[in-house]
Design a protein around this ligand. Structure first.
Ligand code: CA
Length: 420
């Protein structure tokens, strides 16, 4: 049964009392940004609750972590404070603590219609890493470029492959993306040309924000990984396939990935996602001990991608997937990232890599959906797509299905604009 709430939660809302995802918002231009929680189609202003001394447990009394322009100060406090905040907010919203329910003035000050606020990037992101953890994705891409026999690189089943990405160009849902310029090697030519990207793509991913700093030189043991995981967002890792193809050897992607990465605005905490844990995937060969947790978990998070061209009246779903299709789990990604002693810091983003499933409609990129352009996607209005065209809007979303409620992520939505 869903928990009760002092305000109406629309059916199928991503944001019931069971969720309580954190974001950063402003109400009017020029306002100070502050931290809020999504509840139904409203936003609960935590700065107002903090000023009213409603966060009065041992971890949060006299702290000022919500009248802030990012979640970092709150994330820095660690899980005891996160759990205390979660139960404080849950008690206020269920009415178990009547302080909000019975105070019309406070409710008026603390609750804002979601369509009247502007959501910002929720976290100050220091470093961004992107993995390649879906075996189905790696197999599809490897098959296209090297054939099914050699699809997976020899390292793939031994370690979570990743690369260090670019944090400065991470943007929040709603911000549009210009098609990038770059160097491309045309087919049947040995001379590159300088051109707007012609093979513009998305990648359906999820990412998690880390909190807490391990000391340089000290790996995080895999069984402590979740102490460092604050919460998750949906990630669209925009990709310039033709630029990538020419530049990637020998050091991996560079310009093909550094112009924009979009994230959903609400950070869904691991504590809200814990009821949706599922056993991690079977792994053969058995990983090294540093990648072998006592509790091998993943998460059952339904994901989808919708596309709307300028000639379409509504978006059309082009792919479905699930976080639990990943071969390497979030805890394994984090343990591998730090095995050298690399130090994570509060606010780092670790993304999964494209999450493709075993079926054709579960492919998380245009590259795979159109099989490198050889099988164009057919849209309901008769248009076709091999890759993204200017004016196309890509909308990704995700949710966990509970009994009578959903814990969701909202959307990450962005339109492709012409090259500048
Ligand atoms: Ca990626």
């Amino acid at each position: 049964m869903p928990l009760p709430c002092i305000i109406d939660i629309p059916k199928d809302s991503h944001f019931p009392v069971e969720n309580l995802p954190y974001g950063v918002f402003t109400i009017r231009t020029g306002d100070s940004p502050r931290v809020g929680v999504a509840i139904g189609d409203q936003v609960l202003d935590l700065a107002v609750l903090e000023a009213a001394n409603l966060f009065n447990g041992p971890e949060l009394t006299h702290k000022s972590v919500f009248a802030q322009d990012s979640l970092n100060a709150f994330m820095d406090l660690g899980r005891p404070a996160w759990l205390e905040a979660r139960s404080t907010i849950q008690e206020l919203l269920t009415g178990e603590n009547p302080a909000l329910k019975n105070n019309a003035e406070l409710r008026h000050a603390a609750l804002h219609a979601m369509d009247e606020v502007t959501l910002q990037l929720p976290v100050k992101i220091g470093d961004y890493t992107d993995f390649y953890s879906s075996k189905h994705h790696a197999f599809n891409v490897g098959t296209m470029f090297r054939g099914a026999e050699n699809a997976l690189m020899p390292n793939y089943l031994h370690l979570p492959v990743g690369y260090h990405g670019r944090a400065s160009s991470i943007i929040v849902s709603g911000q549009d993306v210009h098609r990038p310029w770059g160097q491309v090697l045309p087919a049947d030519s040995d001379t590159p040309v300088y051109t707007p990207c012609r093979l513009f793509d998305f990648e359906l991913e999820m990412g998690f924000f880390t909190a807490g700093n391990n000391e340089l030189g000290h790996p995080i043991p895999i069984d402590r990984a979740e102490d460092y995981i604050f919460g998750f967002v949906v990630v669209n890792d925009w990709s310039a396939r033709d630029i990538q193809k020419w530049e990637y050897q020998p050091l991996g992607p560079f310009n093909a990935k550094n112009f924009a990465t979009s994230i959903s605005p609400w950070v869904v905490t691991l504590d809200a996602l814990n009821p949706f844990r599922v056993p991690g995937p079977k792994q053969d060969p058995e990983p090294f001990d540093y990648l072998k947790p006592k509790d091998h978990w993943s998460l059952d998070i339904n994901l989808d991608v919708q596309l709307q061209t300028e000639d379409m009246d509504q978006p059309h779903r082009i792919a479905e997937s699930n976080l639990n299709y990943l071969y390497w789990t979030p805890a394994q990604q984090l343990a591998h990232h730090t095995v050298t002693g690399c130090n994570l810091r509060t606010g780092d983003l670790l993304a999964s890599g494209t999450i493709s499933g075993p079926e054709k409609h579960q492919r998380g990129s245009m590259l795979e959906l159109s099989w490198r352009g050889t099988e164009p996607l057919e849209l309901p209005n008769g248009e076709t797509r091999k890759f993204l065209q200017d004016g196309d809007t890509v909308i990704m979303s995700g949710y966990c299905q509970g009994e009578g409620y959903r814990v969701g992520f909202g959307d990450v939505r962005s339109k492709v604009l012409p090259a500048l």
